[in-house]
Design a protein around this ligand. Structure first.
Ligand code: SF4
Length: 233
């Protein structure tokens, strides 16, 4: 798939997007572009379901929503507020450490360079890129499992890891789509192009090279009986 075709896919997904639930971090960014909240909710979202992240973020921000107030929370309180997000004990410690560094080194503000964000323990490329794009409006490609899987399924890139996918997308994807590609593909990946059992008969992307293979597998299993095919791109 060429860059032009991939952009056409993204445009089509943008039209469909209102029917899907926005990814939790994008939803939070729409409710207020606060880099600190985006950093903390992205950390909470790692290896955690959206619904759990949303509730944990709401509980935490209701008690403390700045580095000053959050740093003052006892670690046990932090753990209790964010439970049951994945690795909640580690994350509580990471959040406390990040708050202290922000206060000590950055005057209580979240820095806006990739290098500085990556220097925080627990912050990887995915988190750093999401903070840059959603918190600061800086073009950055946040590649999570959905972006990695779908870009490969569509045949736009051919990579083994999310890190490789980020580098490949940086070369091929027009800059104007860097900030939105994550939001669109995450919502698409949670709704139709799922990791297991993608809903190809309902998918509007007709020129997907994985479509035929998945449909054939469904036919073999007799799973497509009585289902209508969606309107194609
Ligand atoms: S046709 Fe299937 S595999 Fe291809 S993008 Fe759509 S849901 Fe994903």
């Amino acid at each position: 798939m060429t860059s032009k075709q991939f952009v056409m896919v993204l445009k089509r997904l943008k039209k469909e997007y209102s029917k899907w639930k926005a990814p939790v971090v994008s939803f939070m960014a729409q409710t207020g572009k606060d880099p600190f909240r985006i950093l903390i909710s992205t950390l909470l979202s790692l290896r955690t379901r959206d619904q759990v992240t949303e509730l944990a973020s709401q509980r935490l921000f209701a008690m403390a929503c700045t580095p000053e107030t959050m740093a003052k929370l006892p670690i046990k309180t932090l753990e209790r507020l964010i439970y049951p997000v994945g690795f909640y004990r580690n994350k509580a410690k990471q959040i406390q450490d990040i708050c202290l560094i922000l206060l000590d080194k950055y005057g209580g503000k979240v820095p806006f360079t990739e290098e500085e964000l990556l220097s925080f323990k627990g912050v990887g490329r995915k988190t750093a890129n999401l903070v840059l794009s959603l918190g600061f409006d800086i073009p950055a490609i946040c590649v999570d499992t959905h972006v990695h899987r779908i870009s490969n399924r569509l045949g736009f890139i051919k990579t083994k890891t999310p890190e490789d996918s980020e580098m490949a997308l940086r070369k091929k994807l027009p800059l104007s789509w860097w900030k939105t590609v994550n939001e669109l593909l995450v919502a698409f990946g949670q709704t139709l192009c799922r990791p297991v059992g993608p809903k190809c008969p309902e998918c509007p992307i007709a020129n997907c090279p994985s479509r035929k293979k998945t449909l054939n597998e469904m036919i073999e299993r007799g799973e497509n009986r009585g289902r209508k095919f969606g309107k194609l791109l």
